[in-house]
Design a protein around this ligand. Structure first.
Ligand code: ADE
Length: 359
């Protein structure tokens, strides 16, 4: 069941001279400063290569984006239903996405999000020098083990929630959560990578820029992401919000526990139709807590979906708010028993990076 999934829209984007290269980042670097060690991965965007910094001997993951591929769309990765390859704003969109990755990553500092150290370009390529995460993709671990036990899944789900909540609080929707984009570090912690599809919301951009413009170019309603992990509202062409990330987390948790995503099929069309119409089947062997959490995350209606951002607020003030909730007789509300999935998670330790997978 585990084959690598390529995102419908290419992560690749474009170069525009100095806009790409480091301004705030310490000293300017270039390709000659690094020697290649081995290839870490290949994707729609290009290659990720393990490189050594010749001055410091430090290892980095160097992501290369081919300028030509950003400019000339790779048709294979374009959804036939989208207008991506037809209209003239397509190039603009791809360029915008390339820059989003570089800009968003350079502004973020979180233990569960890959760090960007340098960016530069030459005639043919754009380069991102990322933190090297030695444990590889969760995708490969999942492929090797088939499924993971509930405690491990709860640990990874908690670390992903931590990263997603951090992004959402900054007005960023990640949009491409899947095991290929989750890396494991030397201590077993999970780190999100590949921000080529993430986007800041209009509201956030307006407030960042200190303006409130009457335009909707950043309305989040393009069909994007990986089909199996795509939320129904995205497929229906409705505008969507951070809720789509929580839906994708549901797909990922399901995949880790069951060994395949909730909806599978011979082609995209079948998968997309099931996501919109079919109710998810939860295997009998899952614990009640996991079933409840999956049911709450995989709700088709955005408004009814478990809001993990809210859960976090409860989790962080666990005792009082949880007790208040119980007193108010709300313990049977969706998402509440899912609390027991996370019951062992020490959130303070998790946030400070001290919590280990085995705890
Ligand atoms: N594969 C893709 N990105 C990577 C990274 N930052 N570290 C290790 N492997 C990767």
């Amino acid at each position: 069941p585990h084959t690598r999934r390529v995102s419908i829209t290419p992560t690749s984007l474009k170069p525009d001279g100095n806009l790409w290269s480091d301004q705030k980042l310490k000293s300017a670097r270039n390709l000659k400063d690094f020697s290649p060690v081995r290839v870490l991965g290949k994707g729609a965007y290009g290659k990720v290569i393990l490189v050594r910094d010749l001055t410091t001997s430090k290892l980095y993951a160097m992501k290369q984006l081919k300028k030509a591929e950003i400019i000339f769309t790779n048709q294979e990765n374009v959804d036939e239903n989208s207008d991506e390859h037809k209209d003239s704003s397509a190039l603009f969109k791809r360029i915008e996405r390339t820059f989003a990755e570089r800009t968003i990553l350079s502004e973020l500092e979180h233990p569960n999000i890959v760090k960007l150290f340098y960016s530069f370009h030459d005639n043919s390529k754009l380069y991102l020098l990322l933190q090297y995460i030695p444990g590889g993709e969760l995708f490969f671990h999942l492929k090797e083990h088939g499924t993971l036990d509930e405690d491990t899944v709860a640990f990874y789900a908690a670390e992903i929630s931590c990263a997603l909540k951090f992004l959402h609080d900054k007005g960023i929707v990640y949009r491409d959560l899947k095991p290929e984009n989750c890396l494991l570090d030397q201590n077993g912690h999970l780190v999100l990578t590949d921000f080529g599809l993430s986007k800041k919301s209009v509201a956030q951009m307006e407030s960042d820029a200190g303006l409130k413009e009457d335009n909707n170019i950043m309305e989040l309603h393009s069909i994007i992401g990986t089909p199996e992990y795509c939320a129904p509202e995205i497929l229906q062409g409705l505008s969507y919000t951070k809720n789509c990330d929580w839906y994708s987390l549901g797909c990922l948790v399901y995949d880790m526990l069951v060994g395949k995503p909730p909806y599978t099929g011979a082609n995209h069309k079948i998968i997309l139709s099931k996501i919109q119409k079919q109710n998810v089947k939860l295997p009998y062997y899952l614990s009640d807590g996991m079933k409840d959490m999956l049911g709450a995350l995989l709700k088709k209606e955005q408004g009814k979906r478990w809001d993990v951002d809210n859960y976090w607020r409860v989790a962080q003030n666990k005792t009082t708010k949880a007790r208040k909730k119980r007193k108010a007789g709300q313990e049977r509300t969706s998402g509440y028993t899912a609390h027991f999935v996370f019951r062992k998670i020490n959130w303070k330790k998790l946030e400070s990076g001290e919590l280990q997978n085995s705890e």
